[in-house]
Design a protein around this ligand. Sequence first.
Ligand code: HEM
Length: 126
Amino acid sequence: METPDIEFQDEANTLNFQSASDKFYNVLQNDLPEFTQLFTNPEKQHMMFYAALRSIDGLKDNKTKLAVYLRSIGVKHKMLGLTHYHMEIGRNAFEQAIFAGGKDLTHDQRQFYIDSFSQIEKNMGF
Ligand code: HEM
């Protein structure tokens, strides 16, 4: 029997933020062509999702701070004028992103990120 590669197993058990972000932008750009035009600064577009996922991940053991952070994201997107329609497309992109970047995550680990999306939507009143 082969000796398991411990380092690889550790890596496999965390979300790959880069793969998740690539997927998120690919799906959104395909399903929401006006997506790019919503951005005031093109550089921000590439940072938006990646940075947010990292922050959400870093706050997973601090429910209070996580709630504050998710509220700020909800408020920001409400101000940007994102509608329920945008968020439905966003949810599909988000779920695909978590699957793409978290192939080896457990159901509960994936659910944590998906619940965070639901929280953002809820904060937007959807
Ligand atoms: C329907 C899906 C989404 C769309 C269309 C969208 C679009 C945008 C746009 C247009 C901006 C503003 C960028 C600018 O000012 O140039 C933005 C900012 C941001 N978005 Fe999203 N977004 C979506 C979903 C999400 C999700 C799910 C998250 C978190 C996981 C997120 C996190 C952020 C963050 C952290 C910012 C920066 C806020 C700041 O400037 O303080 N977005 N988003």
